[in-house]
Design a protein around this ligand. Structure first.
Ligand code: UD1
Length: 419
């Protein structure tokens, strides 16, 4: 098993390129199912979740090739409508095959994510939106099996919550439905806008993406897609937090500041000096880190995917900070691991009270999920001595060449095979 070994206490400075966004690339790769023409995508990050997605597509009979950051898909011969358990259990986003398969093939089968009852880790909003478009579902042998024997028909699709995944499934399916659809209470995340942009490059007629009401005029067929994936705002924020916790100055390139909106506001309120240009954002540590209170929320609110990284930063603030997590239950799994490094964080329900400033010192810790692992890396950069992070396959799901990028900024971090 691989580990990351970090020797903390070095100051980070310099410029680091941001990769394509995992959360944009996943739905856009699945959108390739919608066309029988070849599609080309650029700026596709090299991540474990992307490899899983390409395997799911290959299982469906889609031919896939990858060269550097360019992925070519040819879905001319769709030979299966089933995303199998072995792949889905490692990546919940596989549920995004449902909309495109129902629209293109009239049938889709996707394993329920491993260990999750439909109620406990729900996809109910996805299913009810697709049902409104004419699909019928049954749960059979651990699979969600959907059929649309008479094709999909445009409909009003009100979402009870602006779910990112449900918006994406609805958007892809409605693009090939007959007639007009309107997604109400849609997610407004930049990754939704990127998906809509990719779909438009295929000939889809979509407007209103980036707002809570998305209008889709269905078309009878879609062409191949030609698209470059938008930058990863979560990766960018992770580097900015790593720079600030080291009292350094880090510039992320290939991204403009609107992707980072609320995160930059919080960093500024914490005393960071933020500057930006057309395709870069820089954060320089101020004289001291000021505590802050954040509440995660759908875009344009503070992203839940950045909560853990900001928590690590808050351990060094000059006073107590508070984080309220409103999107996911049980998203404080990084807290006990941060505590092993010396953090003092109290959890009350969905709130975490982060005491600052505390002295962090290196220890062996375990990554528990993707963003939680990133918070351990950030804390390790500030800790005295050596931090060893185990189970880094979580990090590899969402960060491309993380240790190389951080080393280039001056961090003392390396990947090793555990003896
Ligand atoms: C996506 C992101 C994830 C991010 C999340 C919130 C991808 C691949 N993943 O996940 O990194 O943390 O958005 O920004 O893009 N819900 C239901 N029923 C549903 C769907 C969702 O109750 O049918 C609930 C979820 O349990 C959760 C909330 O809605 O509490 C938000 O989930 P959602 O926006 O759907 O997240 P994902 O699309 O899974």
């Amino acid at each position: 098993m691989e580990i990351l070994r970090i020797r903390g206490g070095t100051r980070l400075e310099g410029s680091v390129p941001v990769s394509g966004a995992k959360n944009a690339a996943l739905p856009i790769l699945f959108a390739g199912i919608l066309s029988d023409q070849p599609s080309t995508l650029r700026n596709v990050p090299d991540l474990a979740d992307i490899k899983t997605t390409l395997k799911v597509l290959e299982t469906l009979g889609i031919s896939v090739s990858r060269e550097d950051d360019r992925v070519t898909l040819d879905a001319g011969n769709l030979s299966s409508i089933e995303a199998p358990y072995d792949l889905v259990r490692t990546m919940r986003a596989s549920v995004l095959v449902l909309g495109p398969l129902l629209a293109r093939a009239g049938e889709a089968k996707v394993s329920l994510p491993g260990g999750c009852a439909i109620g406990a880790r729900p996809v109910d909003f996805h299913l009810s939106a697709l049902e409104k478009l004419g699909a019928v579902f049954e749960i059979d042998g651990g699979y969600i099996h959907g059929r649309a024997p008479h094709g999909l028909r445009g409909a009003i699709l009100p979402l009870p919550f602006p779910s990112v995944g449900a918006t994406e499934n609805a958007l892809m399916a409605a693009s090939l439905a007959s007639g007009i659809s309107e997604i109400q209470n849609a997610a407004c995340e930049p990754e939704i806008v990127d998906l809509a942009t990719a779909l438009r490059s295929m000939g889809a007629r979509i407007s209103g993406d980036g707002t809570p009401v998305i209008r889709i005029e269905g078309v009878s067929s879609l062409g191949g897609m030609n698209h470059s994936i938008a930058p990863d705002r979560v990766e960018a924020a992770t580097f900015l937090c790593a720079g600030l916790i080291s009292k350094g100055k880090v510039r992320v390139t290939g991204i403009d500041s609107h992707y980072l909106g609320s995160a930059l506001e919080v960093l500024e309120s914490m005393g960071a000096r933020i500057t930006s240009g057309a395709d870069w954002v820089e954060a320089e540590a101020g004289d001291r880190l000021i505590p802050s209170n954040i509440q995660t929320a759908p875009f344009p609110g503070f992203p839940t995917d950045m909560q853990a990284q900001f928590m690590a930063l808050m351990t060094q603030a000059d006073g107590n900070s508070r984080i309220e997590e409103t999107i996911f239950e049980n998203r404080f799994m990084h807290v006990p691991e941060l505590a092993r490094l010396g953090a003092r964080i109290r959890i009350q329900g969905n709130e975490a009270l982060v005491e600052g400033p505390v002295k962090l010192s290196g220890a062996t810790v375990m990554a528990t999920d993707l963003r939680a692992s990133a918070s351990l890396v950030i804390a390790g950069i500030a800790a005295t001595g050596e931090t060893v992070i185990r189970r880094i396959y979580h990090l590899d799901r969402g960060y491309e060449k993380l240790e190389l990028k951080l080393s280039a900024l001056g961090a003392n971090i390396r990947r090793e095979n555990e003896k």
